[in-house]
Ligand binder design. Structure first.
Ligand code: ATP
Length: 448
């Protein structure tokens, strides 16, 4: 983990947030390369979830959330972790993560009994700060998918089964944020709520688990490093009938990368008015405030049913950490030296290709290199960089380390014969190809 953290800082992937003021625990900022990697991961998820299917629509809802939403979703009462204080050194811990009865910081056994600590952040809304005018920062992106259920159905005429996908920030006041971006207080989630007819939910649950493992595999997170954890009944979240966690071998241990829950009809049911007239399977909270009926009507029987929902919920930050961890290698070279390389899948690489003139500021070479950059950039696969450094060896090393799949060198032969040298990051092999064939070459590499 230390090596990864150091690489992330050195090369501009991830920085400690508020660093120049001493940092703020549990917050990280994504730098020039990190933002590209993160965007590429999110884009890959969006493509597969929304563009490649016809049964999923997208949403981008507000972060600030009215307290009643999180009251009726059950979060006000149950979204807690057990907190213990050390009476001696005043440190605070999550009781379920302690490995002994002693304080991990000072060793004292003088700990308080665990008490529930709600993880939701509150903020004042409007100019007056009082107990009435506040909102929560959403602790998951899911709730506004449920509150918008009717809007999406009415505006798209979707029939079951169908899904609503959303990517966005979520906030949790974690008691002990740790392990780099694994457990932070502000993070991003990629969540799909997939609505299905009651009775078909278990089958859909199984197929979504499989689909999600496949997707992670395509991001370079090998199946061999994933394990499924079927959450036991006494550990299930209040809304869940069954949850399967996809666990990944993070540098600090096997932990959750994504959770896939069968949330039943709990959320839509509890946000619906006139529940007594609805066909609801699970026992939901009493609701008197919502003005919506979040249900679908059977065309023949005219009966209103609240759909069940399967929720694959993945953490973007944990995804970035997993992808980096899988890609990070230190390789022995034939000359006895080593090289650091990130074998990122090309569609995730922050920079798709670096175009390097052999001689710095050489007019003819820079002109060709600039044109190549422009042409490749036009493909819109991601960032292509013109690197007018004049130091090819150094450029290769840097681009290996940040995962650039292709380096293109423009040399003096290029002026005469219109060819360039392309160097493959993984094999380090170099070959000459015609400039006119570069676009196709890059396209094949990224889309393979
Ligand atoms: P954990 O048990 O690790 O706290 P969770 O079960 O509370 O996670 P979910 O509520 O299922 O997590 O959230 C879905 C996903 O959001 C998780 O699989 C994870 O990838 C991500 N996630 C949740 N909490 C955090 C956090 N504090 N920091 C970073 N990512 C998080």
């Amino acid at each position: 983990m230390e090596e990864l953290v150091a690489l992330c800082k050195r090369r501009g992937f991830i920085f400690q947030s508020n660093e120049i003021y001493g940092g703020l625990q549990g917050l990280y900022d994504y730098g020039p390369l990190g933002v590209e990697l993160k965007n590429n991961l999110k884009q890959s998820w969006w493509r597969e979830m929304v563009f490649d299917r016809d049964d999923v629509e997208g949403l981008d809802a507000s972060i600030l959330t009215k307290p009643s939403v999180l009251k009726f979703s059950g979060h006000e009462d149950t979204f807690t972790d057990p907190l213990v204080d050390c009476r001696d050194c005043k440190s605070r811990w999550r009781a379920d993560q302690l490995t002994s009865e002693n304080c991990p910081s000072c060793g004292s056994s003088n700990l308080t009994d665990p008490r529930p600590f709600n993880l939701m952040f509150k903020t004042a809304v409007g100019p007056v700060e009082d107990n009435e005018s506040f909102a929560y920062l959403r602790p998951e992106t899911a709730q506004h998918i449920f509150t918008n259920f009717k809007n999406v159905v009415d505006s798209t005429s979707k029939q079951l089964p169908f899904g609503i996908a959303q990517i966005g920030k979520a906030f949790r006041n974690e008691i002990t944020p740790r392990n780099f971006v694994f457990r932070v207080r502000e993070f991003e989630q990629m969540e799909l709520e997939f609505f299905v007819a009651p009775g078909t939910d278990e089958q859909w649950h199984e197929s979504w688990v499989e689909a999600r493992i496949n997707w992670w595999d395509k991001q370079g997170v090998s199946r061999n490093n994933l394990e499924l954890y079927h959450v036991p009944e006494d550990e299930l979240a209040h809304y869940s009938k069954a949850t399967v966690d996809i666990m990944y071998k993070f540098p600090h241990g096997l932990e959750e990368l994504e959770g896939i829950a069968n949330r039943t009809d709990f959320d839509l049911g509890s946000h619906s008015k006139n529940q007594s007239e609805l066909d609801i399977q699970s026992s939901v909270l009493e609701n008197n405030e919502s003005n919506a009926r979040l249900a679908v009507q059977d065309q023949e029987t005219k009966k209103w049913t609240v759909p069940y929902v399967i929720e694959p919920s993945a953490g973007v930050d944990r995804g970035v950490l997993a992808v980096l961890n899988e890609a990070y290698k230190i390789e022995e070279l034939e000359d006895g030296k080593t090289r650091t390389v990130l074998n990122l899948k090309p569609h995730l690489s922050p920079i798709k290709a670096a175009v390097i003139p052999l001689k710095k500021n050489h007019e003819g070479l820079v002109e060709i290199a600039s044109q190549i950059k422009k042409d490749l950039q036009r493909l819109r696969f991601g960032r292509v960089l013109l690197e007018n450094s004049g130091n090819i060896g150094k450029s290769y090393r840097r681009h290996d380390e940040i995962g650039t799949p292709l380096c293109i060198t423009v040399d003096f032969d290029s002026l005469d014969d219109g060819t360039v040298t392309v160097r493959d990051r993984d094999t380090m092999q170099q070959k000459r190809i015609e400039i006119s064939k570069l676009s196709k070459y890059l396209e094949d590499l990224i889309l393979k």
